[in-house]
Write a protein that binds this ligand. Structure first.
Ligand SMILES: Cc1cc2nc3c(=O)[nH]c(=O)nc-3n(C[C@H](O)[C@H](O)[C@H](O)COP(=O)(O)O)c2cc1C
Length: 417
């Protein structure tokens, strides 16, 4: 008799175990760390969190940070929340076409990879990984003048569409050389960045004493020791340099310099509309202007028959309190009509953001930080994941809004919150 309660307990434990087993699921352990991390990610904010954990603070803050109080950066993202959809129903959305055009040529999703400097601080594969992922997704890749892989290195791994982003150096011989090399390597268009007369004051970088390429001072080593995988990746690969500007007067990036000092000594603050003609005379393909926010400037660009204006505040990294690009799109579209393309750049974190930018008048959208977070979180696999996430998000949003193709996207689809 004394053993019976124990037996009862045993039965109850066995029953509980069986019940637990019926609801427990143990998948196979995923050996690939990138895939494992991505399985726990649902959106760009998750990629950002993972990248923040994996990168040394100075590197993460260089990517994530912006100018001064970071008002423009925050508003660029928040602007998308200031608009809500006016969905329609019963419209047979079994087939939805999210394709669009960039510079007149078809793309499976109207999305462009923005130029960002120093890609290799996020991951050693840097620009090459992003360019390959862009090619797989069928979208154009923009290489920055300040890239850590050269024009030719990127072209060697990416036969897809490529744009070269131009920062206008005082040294015009260097500029002419960059244009020649881009043309020879098969870049389709140039994108002249016009919002960087001087470098914006990025105060996170000021606080960290951040230099580019990152120098291995005591701070970086201590920071690196708490991020050993990044440190190993950094040390076991060739030094990070400004690959495109080798031979530039004032240094080619072999020595660590404060970015602001370097840029302010090299970039030409006297840049004016006349210089844009200089580029047109030397570049045979399409020319885009990156960093236009005012309809008056957009109109001049259209009058000059430039091919695209990129409505952008440089991700809030230049002039703080510049307006959110999304808010500038309708007036810019009115100013240029259909004379040139309008690309909305800044704050895009979801497929629904692309839908909103297109509905307000953009032809396509461009992403910067989103893919750098993806790269920092999970390398090339992370960028593939991100581009799929945008395709899936844009498709789902269009279905839920009741729109079958990007051609149907119009302002009446949206209203202010
Ligand atoms: C880390 C970083 C580096 C950048 N480097 C460049 C650059 O070299 N040239 C340029 O024209 N824009 C540069 N940008 C701006 C981007 O091209 C783009 O305008 C901006 O990232 C868009 O905002 P988003 O990050 O919210 O998508 C950079 C942006 C970031 C975040």
């Amino acid at each position: 008799m004394a053993g019976l309660p124990m037996a009862g307990l045993g039965v109850r434990v066995a029953q509980a175990w069986q019940a637990a087993r019926s609801v427990m699921q143990f998948g196979e352990f995923e050996r690939d760390g990138d895939i494992r991390r991505l399985r726990r990610a649902a959106d760009v904010a998750d990629l950002r969190r993972i990248a923040r954990r994996r990168l040394p603070r100075g590197c993460f803050d260089y990517i994530d940070g912006a100018a001064e109080d970071e008002i423009s950066a925050a508003r660029s993202v928040a602007a998308y929340r200031g608009w809500q959809f006016r969905p329609r129903v019963l419209r047979d959305v079994s087939e939805v076409d999210i394709s669009g055009t960039v510079l007149g040529a078809a793309v499976p999703i109207p999305l462009v990879i923005a130029p960002t400097g120093f890609g290799r601080i996020a991951h050693s594969a840097g620009e090459l990984a992003v360019a390959r992922a862009a090619q797989r997704a069928g979208i154009p890749y923009s290489l920055s003048t300040m890239g850590t892989r050269s024009i030719e290195e990127v072209a060697a791994v990416c036969s897809g569409r490529k744009f070269f982003q131009v920062y206008v150096w005082r040294d015009r011989a260097l500029m002419a050389d960059l244009l020649e090399r881009s043309a020879a390597a098969g870049y389709e268009a140039i994108m002249i960045t016009v919002d960087t007369a001087v470098l914006g004051r990025r105060e996170r970088d000021v606080r960290h004493g951040f230099s580019l390429p990152p120098k291995l001072g005591l701070d970086t080593i201590i920071d690196g020791l708490t991020h050993p995988r990044w440190l190993l990746d950094f040390l076991s690969n060739e030094p990070i340099t400004f690959s495109n500007c080798r031979g530039a007067s004032g240094g080619a990036g072999a020595d660590a310099v404060a970015l602001a000092d370097y840029i302010n000594s090299q970039f030409d603050p006297s840049l004016s509309w006349d210089d844009i003609e200089w580029f047109r005379d030397r570049w045979d393909g399409p020319v885009m202007l990156k960093g236009v926010l005012s309809p008056a400037d957009a109109k001049i660009a259209a009058d000059m028959e430039l091919d695209a204006v990129i409505v952008s505040s440089h991700g809030g990294r230049q002039l703080d309190s510049a307006p959110a690009p999304l808010e500038c799109v309708p007036a810019v579209r009115d100013a240029v009509g259909d004379r040139c393309e309008v690309i909305c750049d800044g704050g895009i974190r979801r497929g629904s953001d692309i839908v909103k930018a297109l509905a307000l008048g953009a032809d396509s959208a461009m992403i910067g930080r989103a893919y750098l977070y993806a790269l920092g979180a999970a390398g090339e696999t992370g960028v593939d994941w991100l581009l799929d996430y945008f395709v899936e998000g844009m498709t789902r949003t269009m279905r839920l809004v009741g729109v079958r193709s990007t051609a149907e996207l119009a302002p009446d689809l949206l209203e202010r919150v």
